[in-house]
Design a protein around this ligand. Structure first.
Ligand SMILES: Cc1ncc(COP(=O)(O)O)c(C=O)c1O
Length: 456
C-alpha cells in the first residue's frame, strides 16, 4: 500500500487539455457589456495579452506547454498523489482515498499552475505590470511569486476581510515584491464609490475585480489577470488532472468519484476536466464540485448571463451566479466567496456531466480537524470543503459495502489560516445559510440581461 505516488520530472505533461474541443454543445458566447454582442479578441486586448485571448477561445484539444513554463513548473511539479490511508482506517471504510497534493508549490496552493503561464505570456507580450484581485490571498501570493520569476511588477487588491484576517499572505506578496491594497480602496473610482456608501464594507471578490480592472486599464503597460473562472485558467489547471491520471495508472487505479472544492472552479476543473473527457467517452464517474452553504453558486444560483464583478466592468459570462451585487458572509474560506462560477463548469452542470453539493462552515472545519489529526497536514479552509464531501462519500461506501476509489484535489495548505482554526477551536465560528429571499432578489436583478441558450 503506497502512501505517495511520485512522477519524475521527465513525466510532466507537455500539453494542457482543452475541454472546449469535447463539450457536447458549445459554450454560449461571452458578451460585450455595452453592446450585448459576442465579444471579439480585440475587445479583450485592453486587459489580456494576445496568447491568453487565443487560449480563451482555442479549438484544439491539446495546447503545448512552452519549455519556459515547464522549467518553472518543475520547481514543484509533478506534485505527489497521496493516499489517505490513516483517514480510511479511522472511517473504517472500504473506499480508497487519493488526493493530488497541490500545496507543495511555493505559495502553497494550485494557483501558481495558472499564475506562471499568465505571467509568462504577459512578459513575452511586453507587459510591464499586472493588476489582480485576491480573496484568501492565495491567488495574490501566487501571482506575486510568478511575477517575481519573470521580472514583472504586480499590484494586488485584496478583499478587506481577508486582508485583516490574513496579514501573512500580504507579507508573502510583499516578500515577492508585489504591492497589496485592501479592497474596497481609495485607489480607484469604484472603491471610492463603495466606501462612500459603506465605509465598513468587508469587500468581496466582485468589488476587488472591478478595482483591479480599473487599475489595469488606467495604467500604462499594465494588464489584468484573473485567478479562476475563465477558460484559459481552467486550461492551465488541467495539469493537475493529467498528472493524476498518469499516477493513478501507475498503480492500476481509476476513480469512481472525483471531488474538488469550487470557488470559481479552477482547482476542481483542473482535476476534473480530464476525467469529464472519460465520462463523455462512456466511463461511469461521479464528478462533484463542493461549495459553501453561505455562497451556494451552483446549488442555489441561476444559470444566467452575469457580470464577473460588482461594478459591471467585465464582459457578460454565461454561468451559475448569485448575482454580481451579492456580497457573501465573511466566512473563512475566502477563496470560495465568489458570486459566479466558471462558464465551463456551469455548462457541464447544465449538461448533467458534473454535480454540486454545498457544505456548512462548521462541518468543513470538523472535516479539516479530522484530516489534520489523521493525515497530519493542515488543509486550507477552502480545501476542507472537499474533505467534508470525501468523508461523506467514504461513509457511504462503508454503508454500501463498496470498494470505491475517491480522488480529490488537496488545493492548498492552511498554515497561514491559523486564525480561522483558532476561531473554530474556540467555538467562535457559526454556520450561515443564505435566506431564499436574498438569493431571489440578487437573481431578479439580472432579469434585464440576455439569457443563455442552454437550459436553466
Ligand atoms: C486553497 C484554495 N482552494 C480553492 C480555492 C478556490 O478557487 P478555485 O475554485 O478557483 O479553485 C482557492 C481560492 O483562492 C484557494 O486558495
Amino acid at each position: 500500500m503506497e502512501r505517495k505516488i511520485i512522477l519524475p520530472e521527465s513525466e510532466i505533461p507537455r500539453n494542457w487539455y482543452n475541454i472546449l474541443s469535447d463539450l457536447p454543445s458549445p459554450l454560449d458566447p461571452v458578451l460585450h457589456p455595452a453592446t450585448g454582442k459576442p465579444i471579439s479578441p480585440k475587445d479583450l486586448g485592453a486587459i489580456f495579452p494576445e496568447p491568453l485571448i487565443e487560449q480563451e477561445m482555442a479549438a484544439d484539444r491539446w495546447i503545448k506547454i512552452p519549455d519556459e513554463i515547464l522549467e518553472k513548473y518543475c520547481l514543484w511539479r509533478p506534485t505527489p498523489l497521496r493516499r489517505a490511508i490513516s483517514l480510511e482506517k479511522i472511517l473504517d471504510t472500504p473506499a480508497r482515498i487519493y488526493y493530488k497534493d497541490e500545496s507543495v508549490s511555493p505559495p502553497g496552493s494550485h494557483k501558481p499552475n495558472t499564475a506562471i503561464p499568465q505571467a509568462y505570456y504577459n512578459k513575452v507580450s511586453g507587459t510591464k505590470k499586472i493588476c489582480t484581485e485576491t480573496g484568501a490571498g492565495q491567488w495574490g501570493s501566487a501571482l506575486a511569486f510568478a511575477c517575481s520569476l519573470y521580472g514583472l511588477e504586480c499590484e494586488v487588491f485584496m478583499v478587506r476581510v481577508s486582508y485583516d484576517q490574513k496579514p501573512y499572505r500580504r507579507i508573502m506578496m510583499e516578500t515577492w515584491g508585489a504591492t497589496c491594497i485592501p479592497s474596497p480602496s481609495n485607489k480607484t473610482e469604484t472603491g471610492k464609490t463603495i466606501l462612500a456608501e459603506s465605509p465598513d464594507s468587508p469587500g468581496s471578490l466582485g468589488i476587488a475585480i472591478s478595482e483591479a480592472i480599473e487599475a489595469a486599464v488606467t495604467q500604462e503597460g499594465t494588464k489584468y489577470a484573473l485567478g479562476s473562472v475563465l477558460n484559459h485558467v481552467l486550461l492551465h489547471q488541467t495539469i493537475i488532472g493529467l498528472e493524476a491520471k498518469k499516477q493513478m495508472e501507475l498503480i492500476g487505479e481509476f476513480p469512481d468519484v472525483v471531488i474538488g472544492c469550487a470557488g470559481g472552479g479552477s482547482n476542481f476543473g483542473g482535476l476534473a476536466l480530464p476525467y469529464v473527457e472519460e465520462k463523455i467517452n462512456g466511463k461511469n464517474i461521479s464528478i462533484i464540485a463542493v461549495e459553501p452553504a453561505s455562497c451556494p453558486t451552483i446549488t442555489r444560483g441561476a444559470y444566467a448571463y452575469d457580470f464577473g464583478d460588482t461594478a459591471k466592468k467585465t464582459p457578460l459570462l454565461p454561468m451559475h451566479t448569485l448575482g454580481h451585487s451579492f456580497i457573501p458572509a465573511p466566512l473563512h474560506a475566502g477563496g470560495l466567496r465568489y458570486h459566479g462560477m466558471a462558464p465551463i463548469i456551469s455548462k457541464l452542470v447544465v449538461e448533467g456531466l458534473i454535480e454540486a453539493k454545498s457544505v456548512n462552515q462548521l462541518d468543513t472545519f470538523a472535516a479539516g480537524i479530522r484530516w489534520a489529526r489523521s493525515e497530519g497536514y493542515i488543509p486550507a479552509p477552502e480545501t476542507n470543503h472537499a474533505i467534508a464531501a470525501v468523508i461523506e462519500e467514504a461513509k457511504l461506501a462503508r454503508e454500501e459495502g463498496k470498494e470505491k476509489v475517491i480522488l480529490f484535489t488537496w488545493s492548498g495548505h492552511g498554515l497561514l489560516d491559523m486564525a480561522a482554526y483558532q476561531a473554530y477551536l474556540a467555538g467562535q465560528l457559526t454556520n450561515y445559510t443564505l435566506p431564499d429571499d436574498d438569493i431571489k432578489a440578487a437573481i431578479e436583478a439580472l432579469s434585464d440581461l440576455p439569457k443563455p441558450g442552454g437550459k436553466s
